[in-house]
Design a protein around this ligand. Structure first.
Ligand code: ZN
Length: 413
């Protein structure tokens, strides 16, 4: 009897110990405010007002100088202007979901700085939790040492991909650009490219899926950061037959520039404008606080080089079809098919295109990008181009570029 009572006591004690952990795994904390105070010469403090306490960890990165703060999942309910004002050591900051269950804040520094303190205080009047991160101005050498010491290994996204050997329908991977900590281009109205392209990508996916002719997957299915190389890996690993990346550009200095452009991958860009755009888009990983790995060594492989060349032929073929089906329904830019070295267009064995739907910097384009009617017309045009690409033939006889593992021998018609 005594032993039982003691056991019960131990259990109660253990449950008391465990409860904070259980609480921490509940619904995501909500952030309702973010404030910055301080100067450029001493310390600057970023304070988040949260619904509950979250774990936070910070590290610094150089070129560009940043502080990256990793948090448990936080639902950021902050105004569109939040993070865009320069204050003290902070030039600007971005935030968002970085991986399932993890959020991230990326702080662009106005001067090298390290994190002096991370502190959590519960506000007595309403129980809100104030998480403050204090930045301390640092000299370049000290900052560099801190950056070298930080080693952020991005969590590899593990997808439980079920083999779909039985389903022979072509697989189309739709890639909504940016996401999570990386907003992409930002319109003057405060709307983010990541949200516009995600809405479009989802509409395109359901359009294709509803035809019943394709299997469709997305590289991201919500507002989450996915590294560029991961997008390529997802397409290759799924043995995708086509990869379509959706973006929207912005040139704030030229609000009159309009129209859609279709890009295919190439080491040599069509023009300097395309090269600059690819550079901007390729910086997505850096914007979110990870580094883009250099092109994988396998690209140097001669066999892969040949495969890539053949695949790029298919990519161009699809791009031409896309152009033909889109021009009747969408304003195209003066040079609607261009080439540039986008990281996401480097799959050696998956025909890939990147579509810049229009310009967030153009008032007219921005209106269209947010119009349901326009979206339905454009996804319709794209679906027709996809049908034409796969030639309405049976999946086994479609023009299939060689795959890494040629497990299935091509079947002649
Ligand atoms: Zn983009």
């Amino acid at each position: 009897m005594l032993a039982l009572a003691r056991l019960a006591l131990v259990l109660v004690f253990l449950m008391a110990l465990a409860s904070p952990v259980a609480l921490a795994q509940g619904p995501a904390a909500v952030a309702i405010a973010a404030e910055i105070g301080g100067g450029l010469n001493g310390t600057t403090k970023l304070t988040l007002t949260l619904s509950k306490s979250v774990e936070a960890r910070a590290f610094v990165m150089e070129r560009p100088d940043r502080v990256v703060i990793d948090l448990a999942e936080v639902n950021f309910q902050l105004g569109p202007e939040t993070g865009r004002k320069r204050e003290g050591l902070v030039a600007s900051f971005r935030y968002g979901l970085f991986a399932p269950g993890r959020s991230r804040i990326v702080v662009d520094l106005a001067h090298p700085a390290t994190v002096a303190k991370i502190e959590t205080v519960t506000r007595a009047k309403d129980g809100a939790v104030l998480l403050s991160i204090e930045f301390q101005r640092a000299e370049r050498d000290a900052f560099r040492r801190a950056a070298v010491a930080s080693d952020p290994a991005p969590a590899a996204r593990k997808d439980a991909s079920v083999p779909e050997a039985a389903d022979k329908r072509p697989l189309i991977m739709i890639d909504a650009g940016h996401g999570g900590t990386d907003p992409g281009a930002i319109a003057s109205t405060g709307i983010f490219e990541k949200d516009i392209v995600f809405g479009f990508a989802r509409a395109l996916a359901s359009r294709l899926e509803s035809s019943g002719r394709y299997r469709v997957r997305m590289t991201r299915d919500r507002d989450v950061f996915v590294p560029l190389s991961e997008r390529v890996r997802l397409a290759r690993e799924a043995n995708a037959d086509l990869f379509v990346s959706i973006h929207a550009d912005s040139i704030s200095s030229a609000p009159q520039v309009r129209g859609a452009t279709i890009y295919t991958g190439s080491e040599r860009a069509t023009d300097s404008e395309s090269a600059k755009l690819a550079d901007r888009e390729n910086k997505a990983d850096a914007a979110a606080g990870t580094e883009t790995k250099a092109a994988p060594p396998e690209v140097a492989d001669i066999l892969q080089e040949l495969t890539l060349r053949e695949t790029r032929g298919f990519s161009s073929g699809f791009a031409k079809g896309l152009m033909a089906h889109l021009s009747p329904v969408i304003e195209m830019s003066p040079k609607p098919h261009r080439e540039a070295g986008f990281v996401v267009l480097r799959s050696p064995d998956v025909p890939s295109v990147l579509v810049e739907l229009g310009y967030l910097s153009s008032k007219r384009d921005l209106d269209l990008l947010q119009s349901e009617t326009w979206r339905a017309e454009v996804t319709g045009g794209m679906a027709k181009a996809v049908d034409a690409f796969f030639g309405n033939r049976t999946s086994l006889t479609r023009p299939e570029p060689p795959k890494r593992s040629a497990a299935v021998a091509p079947v002649s018609p």
